[in-house]
Design a protein around this ligand. Sequence first.
Ligand SMILES: Cc1cc2nc3c(=O)[nH]c(=O)nc-3n(C[C@H](O)[C@H](O)[C@H](O)COP(=O)(O)OP(=O)(O)OC[C@H]3O[C@@H](n4cnc5c(N)ncnc54)[C@H](O)[C@@H]3O)c2cc1C
Length: 471
Amino acid sequence: MTRSRIVVVGGGITGLATAWYLRHGLDPERGDRGVVPEVTVLEASDRLGGKIAGATLEGTPLDVGADAFLARRPEAERLARRLGLGDDLVAPATGQVWLWVRGRLRPLPTGTVMGVPGDLRALARSGILTPTGLVRAGLEPLLPRRRRAGDRSVGEHVTRRFGADVTDVLVEPLLGGVYAGRADRLSLEAAAPAVADADRSRSLLAGMRAQTRQARGDDRPVFLTVAGGLGRMVDALADGLEDARTGAVVTGLAVADAGGVEVLLGDGSRIAADDVVLTVPAYAAAPLVAPVVPAAARLLAGIPYASVAVVSLAYPAGVADGFPRGSGMLVPPSEGRLVKAATWSSRKWPHLADRDRFLLRASVGRIDDRRWEDLDDTELTARVVAEIGEATGTHVAPVAGRVTRWERSLPQYEVGHARRVRDVRDAVRVRAPWLHVAGAAYDGVGLAPCVAQAEALAGGLTGDRTGRPRD
Ligand SMILES: Cc1cc2nc3c(=O)[nH]c(=O)nc-3n(C[C@H](O)[C@H](O)[C@H](O)COP(=O)(O)OP(=O)(O)OC[C@H]3O[C@@H](n4cnc5c(N)ncnc54)[C@H](O)[C@@H]3O)c2cc1C
């Protein structure tokens, strides 16, 4: 059945993309779409975009939230092209990443996926592991396989196969970068599905090797961004929507006596809807869902969130030569540093090169590392600058800096996450078929999986099942 009044709660990428596809259809070639639903987007804060946000540093527009999307899956790129931004998509100029391990920058070995090795020679060459750690990792193909049903943590699995050093210095920094999470808590199935897949081979090493070989044969860039900032996608999405409201805090959902649903707002007003799409973080969805599907609310409230901060720095252009080649560094938690990742933005992104400044973006914060929250912006910036100096040997004061704090911003896909999400969706389907949940809390934290959820929802709600969207 085609629904005609749809309220989307949350104006992040998931909410905006869902609303946009509901209005414009998944397939640009499709002519008559029948009834196009009326769509209202309600965003609590004073701006659209959620974790996509921009700022200007020394005259250059920069992303201070998400700054790129995965291009090895099609959804985010496809949306950018639909929005007319195809000519402004930019691929990284370099993919070389360093790990700051045992006091030195060492190259992230080629042939790893999420830090899990697929090439022992490259691992040995990188000098990342101690000789003992390397010998232990090399034993992996010889270890007996113990097939076990059910989910487990990434850390438990990788440590059992490759030893604790691989988990500590290779896997932790990668998981820290994407989830701000820890290997002993994150789910193998939900947070590292590529590793779970590889485990079906005769050894995990062989599975990882097969995956990286396949990836090498694919010459598409792994990531893309939009010159001028991802905020341009948000602006283009908003331009295509008739009714996207900011400052609209949704406080409740009520089933109306006359049928249909009412969305309750903080200012006391109500909006009638046939369907409601909730794209807010799980902790914000839980109280809204509680009166209608209490079981789903309890599950949603149990998804923890990590807080992080992004420190954007502009150095004098002359310092560029002091930074090692490549696009940046990752830091394992075992090093005890505040910085968990830093991108040499002017090196990585061609559109940020050749400026008068060398731009760098550092991030801090993990689910179990909140030290940065006690520091004010000046102290935090000073600590980050000092650590970058120590890692790179380039002790130069930046000419400008900016701190962006992201409280409770990254959902943790802990062991059992996929099951939890299935249970939430099943409970909602049975008790409130007019309610739909999507976003970073469910099927992937990145922009691409968020857009994938938007496509699926919009297709389902409009009966637009004529095939996948066309590129
Ligand atoms: C610092 C940082 C860097 C990142 N970098 C990348 C990256 O480079 N690439 C990548 O792919 N991913 C990245 N991510 C992850 C990705 O950006 C997010 O997971 C994704 O943008 C989340 O989108 P969303 O639509 O699910 O939710 P959000 O962006 O969180 O949007 C939800 C919206 O709901 C609103 N809301 C909450 N409660 C209510 C309410 N009661 N009523 C109305 N509105 C409400 C919020 O204000 C918010 O705007 C990053 C995340 C962070 C924090």
